[in-house]
Design a protein. Structure first.
Length: 256
């Protein structure tokens, strides 16, 4: 296995996930303030508290961990724009040289997705297009200046359907909006995966996900289940980190 250096910050979720990751693979674990650039693969969780800046500097040769695409750990978002995490029993995505999706399709088998026992609902016959705004941290990290305005223009160049703006602090829940939706559009939100499960086609602007749903095809409005299958093979529970399947996954991941 290629050399991987794992780094942690002062946040308890980062510390927990990186400890599981490093112990399961017998990797060295360092405080982030000890970071020195090297040819080793850099591994960490999240983009806050200095990790994002290192990822930006490196651009490649890193492994990124964060909440999974579905069945992730339970989170609650408050009106004060705080995120409250109630457990760490859910899935975490593990990707290489990207924050959101593995650019190389390591495995699109349906097996792991089917084991989640998620019921795929029939395609909705709604009318609205949900435009999901990225978080402030994501916008800042990706440099998404005027993303909402530019994306609205792009959508309107391909359809005349009503657009409803939504974010994770909106009073109306996403699930409620999905019941009357024709399509869901975001930069890279994992809510797009939930949308497909609910029977609403999802479209993305981020390059890692755009091939699975491009706004220019919004009137074709296809449900792309392949995205779900590939995602399920890129997310793992903490206890699965110690499995042979996870070690095999990491070995494949670091060779792409």
């Amino acid at each position: 296995m290629a050399s991987i250096d794992c780094y942690y910050t002062d946040h308890f979720v980062n510390q927990t996930v990186t400890q599981f990751f490093s112990k399961s693979l017998d990797l060295p674990l360092y405080e982030l303030n000890e970071y020195k650039n090297s040819s080793n693969i850099f591994a960490t969780y999240g983009i806050l508290r200095g990790t994002g800046e290192i990822i930006k500097q490196r651009k490649e040769n890193f492994i990124y961990l964060d909440h999974g695409y579905f069945n992730s750990s339970t989170r609650r978002f408050t009106k004060e724009k705080n995120t409250i995490l109630t457990d760490l029993e859910g899935y975490f995505r593990v990707v290489k040289d990207d924050l959101y999706f593995n650019k190389s399709k390591l495995n699109d088998s349906e097996k792991r997705f089917n084991e989640l026992n998620i019921k795929l609902k029939e395609k909705k016959a709604g009318d609205i297009i949900i435009l999901s705004e990225p978080t402030e941290n994501t916008s800042k990290f990706l440099g998404l200046n005027n993303w909402k305005e530019e994306t609205v223009k792009t959508i309107k160049s391909h359809t005349d359907r009503e657009i409803v703006i939504h974010n994770k602090f909106s009073e109306i829940s996403l699930n409620e909006l999905l019941q009357k939706a024709y399509a869901f559009v975001s930069c890279q939100s994992t809510a797009g995966f939930m949308s497909i499960i609910e029977g609403v086609p999802a479209f993305f602007t981020h390059s890692s996900l755009k091939e699975y749903g491009d706004i220019k095809d919004i009137e074709q409005n296809n449900l792309n289940y392949e995205l779900l299958y590939t995602a399920a093979n890129s997310q793992w529970k903490l206890r699965e980190f110690f499995s042979d399947d996870f070690k095999e996954y990491i070995n494949k991941l670091i060779t792409i």
